[in-house]
Design a protein around this ligand. Structure first.
Ligand SMILES: Cc1cc2nc3c(=O)[nH]c(=O)nc-3n(C[C@H](O)[C@H](O)[C@H](O)COP(=O)(O)O)c2cc1C
Length: 304
């Protein structure tokens, strides 16, 4: 049979339709039997993971919006919120950056380690750099994990920011990153306020948020696969002890305790390539090469 452009297109369309109807190309709908424990909100928890401040800004604004509405709110990076009992709250919002097309694995681990929150309304939020980084499914994934703990979905928010992934600018794509340098901006902050208010309204009305995931090829290369691929291209990850001022920022930011500035070493086997050490060193003392090119944190990137 002669393959023409028309027959090829028709065959491709038929194959796509087949995949669609077989369900392979569909997203998932978040189904839950969890019932809301109360629609009176007195105490809220806003928790996030943030390496370079973008997600923290969104989290703080959600907390401020809820406080303005008369709610008592506890908020912070999950690493600062020790001894919290999540079941004590009437509503929880949890957020993180998108890393490697999904929820950063340390934050995923923290959520999975939480105790039960049966009936608590839960919402997710993410910040991300640029377009097409699997942001929707990352926010969905946080919501899914919280509802697996017994939470009742109450919202999902996606907020753009500047990318903090150093290899992007070290590879000469700095201009693309800088287009987003003012984000999150007032336009995004006003969406954050709306998102925070919508969560409360939904809970007051006893309604559940209907969340669904999208089909995305990024899901196949997300997380571990991408991290391992990135790590293969990283060399010389260490601390330059001559430059180091001993401020401890790299240790504080490393979510998996793999950086030892006193010795100048990094446990690269356990490192999850979040670049927190590179991004938070104020004196550019964390050494890392990606494809042979020295990486500098996003603060340094702004001034060079
Ligand atoms: C290691 C790493 C991986 C990233 N991967 C993605 C990604 O897959 N998709 C995306 O949209 N943004 C990605 N980004 C950009 C961040 O999600 C974005 O800059 C985020 O706002 C950073 O949040 P933070 O300042 O709270 O740490 C990545 C950034 C880093 C450092």
């Amino acid at each position: 049979m002669k393959i023409t452009r028309r027959s090829f297109t028709l065959a491709a369309l038929a194959a796509t339709a087949g995949l669609y109807f077989s369900g392979i190309l569909n997203g998932k709908v978040l189904k839950t039997e969890n019932k809301m424990k109360s629609n009176k909100v007195k105490r809220g928890l806003v928790v996030w993971y943030s390496q370079t401040g973008n997600t923290a800004r969104i989290g703080r604004l959600i907390a401020a919006t809820w406080m303005k509405a008369g709610i008592k709110v506890d908020s912070g990076d999950y690493r600062e919120l020790e001894n919290i009992n999540p079941a004590e709250y009437d509503v929880i919002a949890a957020g993180s950056p998108v890393y490697y097309y999904e929820v950063p694995e340390n934050f995923r681990g923290w959520i999975n380690g939480l105790s039960r929150i049966d009936g608590t309304p839960v919402a997710s939020f993410v910040t991300f750099g640029g377009k097409g980084g699997n942001q929707h499914n990352t926010a969905y994934s946080i919501l899914e994990m919280l509802s697996d703990k017994g939470g009742v979905p109450a919202g999902m928010g996606l907020f753009g920011a500047m990318s903090t992934f150093a290899p992007t600018w070290s590879a000469g794509n700095g201009d693309r990153v800088l287009k987003f340098k003012d984000q999150p901006d007032e336009k995004i902050y006003s969406r954050v306020r709306e998102y925070a208010a919508e969560i409360l309204q939904r809970v007051n009305e006893g309604k559940t948020f209907e969340a669904d995931s999208e089909f995305s090829f990024s899901d196949y290369i997300s997380g571990g696969v991408s991290i391992s691929g990135t790590k293969l291209l990283i060399t010389g990850h260490s601390v330059n002890t001559d430059k180091c001022i001993g401020c401890g920022k790299c240790v504080e930011s490393c979510p998996v305790n793999t950086i030892f500035p006193d010795k100048g070493t990094v446990d690269t086997d356990r490192c999850i390539a979040c670049l927190g050490c590179v991004n938070n060193c104020p004196v550019d003392a964390v050494e890392m090469k990606f494809m042979g090119v020295k990486q500098s944190g996003f603060g340094t990137f702004f001034i060079i």
